[in-house]
Design a protein around this ligand. Structure first.
Ligand code: T3D
Length: 257
């Protein structure tokens, strides 16, 4: 079904593994398309309640495969056709997405991680806003996500100097949620993803949707959105189960419905 990625569903988690290890999982047009297809498929599949994006081999993703860029490249069209749809798909997927950053994440590879809802890093991971080193500007959502994650001043510094940020430093900056030793990384990501996959999926989807809205709406709008979201969540099976479990004094068992 896929040639540049691996796709596997296990214990309600869809694992999307970028699979061009000899090219540090650099993006090709086909890979952009396959990631979009995988995200759509995870969105439609009711069995899937969390998604993990990761890379095969020593890198997470080195951004665009520069072998495909030349003087005739229309960079705007490149982004509109290939990268922007991928980032939009990720942002609109109402299920939690974890970037499991196993190694270096550079250029649009870093953008993919920034657009994910959670970032877990191996101690071997590093983040590089590589664009400036080839005279380009950060793209694929980085100019949107980066200042929101680390603040304007730090975003400016990272984007302009493009220095490699090791995993522990990324944690200090608020770029990643957790860092694991190399040995514990796989098991740590699996446990994190499966925990998310057994939580109230609809409520998580609503949290994601309305946190995005909060970035360009005022308090009055957000209070109204919260009322709408709460009505929707309040009608879910998982709300019923959570209430019942509370009064039964037991752990809830959520179905994601
Ligand atoms: O129109 C548009 O272009 C818009 C779209 C833009 C999206 C973008 O992502 S632009 C940014 C593209 N990415 C980069 O500029 C990153 C370039 N790579 C690097 O900076 C470094 O390779 C890394 C920081 C990612 C890793 O460094 P390191 O020291 O671990 O590995 P290395 O030795 O530099 O690379 C290993 C090999 O992978 C090497 O090939 P070789 O010498 O073994 O044959 C290197 O050329 C290759 N490689 C790394 N990144 C890319 C790549 N080949 C093609 N494309 C890459 N992006």
């Amino acid at each position: 079904m896929f040639e540049t990625i691996l796709y596997q569903v296990e214990n309600n988690v869809a694992w999307v593994t970028m699979n061009r290890p000899d090219k540090l999982n650099a993006f090709t047009e086909q890979m952009n398309k396959e990631i979009i297809k995988a995200l759509k498929s995870a969105g439609k599949d009711t069995e899937v309640r969390a998604v993990v994006l990761t890379g095969k081999g020593r890198a997470f993703c080195a951004g665009e495969d520069l072998a495909g860029v030349n003087e005739d490249t229309d960079h705007a069209e490149f982004l509109r056709k290939r990268y922007n749809p991928m980032i939009r798909e990720l942002a609109s997927l109402e299920k939690p997405v974890i970037a499991a950053v196993n190694g270096v994440a550079a250029g649009a590879g870093m953008s993919l991680a920034l657009a994910s809802d959670f970032r877990l890093a191996s101690e071997k991971a590093a983040f590089v806003e590589a664009f400036i080193h080839i005279g380009l500007v950060p793209d694929s959502g980085t100019l949107y996500y980066l200042p929101r994650l680390v603040g304007h001043a730090k975003a400016m510094e990272l984007a302009v100097f493009g220095e490699k940020v090791p995993a522990e430093k990324a944690k200090e900056l608020g770029l990643v949620n957790d860092v694991y030793s190399e040995e514990e990384f796989q098991a740590g990501v699996k446990a994190y993803a499966e925990r998310l996959a057994h939580m109230p999926t609809k409520a998580i989807g609503l949290i994601k949707r309305y946190l995005y809205k909060s970035w360009d709406h005022d308090l009055a709008d957000m209070l109204e959105y919260e009322a709408y979201a709460q009505r929707t969540a309040g009608k879910s099976d998982d709300h019923r189960e959570g209430m019942k479990a509370f009064f039964d004094k037991r752990q809830p068992s959520y179905s994601g419905k």
